[in-house]
Design a protein around this ligand. Structure first.
Ligand code: OGA
Ligand code: ZN
Ligand code: ZN
Length: 380
């Protein structure tokens, strides 16, 4: 249990000392805005009622005390009580500690082979611990390979629905990856597909991709997965200018066929304000003509070449052959996928795929973590 030892004022902040000696500062506006009482927050919806926009800039508590939590009286007579544990969790040190717990596990061919994220459908179905295990694999390492998924059409949809719900796209609710006449997508040929992410042209959604193998007797067609975040970090270390170009040059990604035309501009590597990797978008097959100035073209292609060669480094590539009943489930914003070309006259190769929004999948994992943590804490 977290407790508070003392609190003292320092201009616009309160300096709080926790019982373990840790000291953290909190701004007055932040404290007032996060009052958990029923008048400031709807108790059922959990959403804020308080008008954040009109909080006075110079707001400062009239009285400050420590009890079960931090007790603050405000000039308008309102009292806020912020529990000690909640304060710790939302302090700068608390956020850092949570960030460390959630750190991604970057991998390469050797490290992923020592403990491949494989799981059987039976384990997933046995109880929620199995589903949590698969979702943790996807969160931490960016993919899972599920075994013993029945080789019947739409079994992939049933697997997707164990996670959350299927995200439809212009390729349908699900799609058949087979070599077919008149394809609207390179995946529907027998050509080699270099490491790529799907649908970089789409603004949002479709972040988890499932590819379920129904048949694979054709010669060739081996699969590859690569950790795009590990590759991006390697690029950054080797050539910071190239990394920066791929972070800043917006590439026009465009898909079009007879029925649709979806295009958007996004950089190949996206980072957030703290420099954390957010996503990789790379599918040279649907890269529309770059609309950057000619002076930028040479450096951009050089940066792309450098990154592409890192992605193709056998030290990073996880190679395997999809057997009927196996299903790849990968985070399409992080892990790139590829396949070797195959000979369609030598046998049949048939995968069925679909997408799930990553927010829904991670949301499912968080609710599972919550439910299972409650249960695992109960005495046996
Ligand atoms: C795809 C794809 C890979 C494969 O359908 O998006 O890349 O192994 N398929 O056929
Ligand atoms: Zn309140
Ligand atoms: Zn693909």
């Amino acid at each position: 249990m977290t407790h508070l030892a003392s609190v003292h004022r320092a201009s616009e902040q309160l300096h709080v000392t926790f019982s373990d000696g840790e000291r953290e500062a909190f701004h007055h506006l932040w404290l007032r805005d996060n009052c958990p009482c029923d008048r400031c927050r709807d108790p059922a919806a959990g959403e804020r009622l308080l008008d954040t926009i009109e909080l006075p800039a110079d707001l400062s508590p009239t009285e400050v005390a420590v009890d079960e939590g931090l007790v603050l009286d405000w000039p308008d007579g309102h009292r806020s009580v912020l529990p000690a544990g909640w304060l710790w969790e939302h302090s700068q040190a608390g956020y850092r500690a949570a960030g460390r717990r959630e750190q991604l596990v970057l991998w390469n061919a050797a490290t992923i082979a020592t403990d491949p994220p494989h799981i059987s459908l039976e384990e997933i179905d046995a109880d929620e611990v199995g589903l949590r295990r698969m979702l943790r694999m996807i969160r931490d390492r960016g993919f899972a390979i599920v075994h013993d998924v029945p080789t019947r059409p739409d079994a992939v949809i049933e697997l997707a629905e164990r996670i959350a719900f299927v995200q439809e796209s212009n390729f349908g609710r699900s799609f058949e990856v087979v070599s077919k006449p008149d394809p609207n997508n390179l995946a529907y040929t027998s050509h080699r597909l270099y490491s790529h992410t799907d649908v970089p042209n789409r603004h949002s959604a479709v972040n988890l991709q499932l590819l379920h193998c129904l048949e694979n007797t054709a010669r060739g067609g081996e699969s590859i997965l690569v950790d795009g975040f590990a590759a991006a970090r390697r690029l950054e270390a080797a050539d910071a200018d190239a990394f920066d170009l791929l972070r800043t040059v917006e590439v026009p990604w465009r898909f079009r066929d007879a029925d649709t035309e979806i295009h958007n501009r996004f950089p190949v590597i996206r980072t957030d304000a703290r420099g954390e990797l957010v996503e990789i978008r790379l599918n040279t097959g649907i890269m529309a003509p770059l609309d950057a100035s000619p002076e930028l073209v040479g450096p951009f292609y050089a940066a792309l070449r450098r990154f592409g060669r890192i992605l193709r480094d056998p030290e990073l590539e996880h190679h395997f052959r999809m057997e009927p009943g196996q299903c790849q489930v990968f985070d399409n914003q992080r892990v790139l996928h590829a396949r070797a070309g195959f000979d369609p006259s030598s046998g049949r190769r048939h995968l069925q795929g679909c997408y799930v929004d990553k927010d829904d999948a991670l949301g499912r994992l968080r609710t599972l973590e919550r439910a299972l943590a409650g249960r695992e804490q109960l005495p046996a």
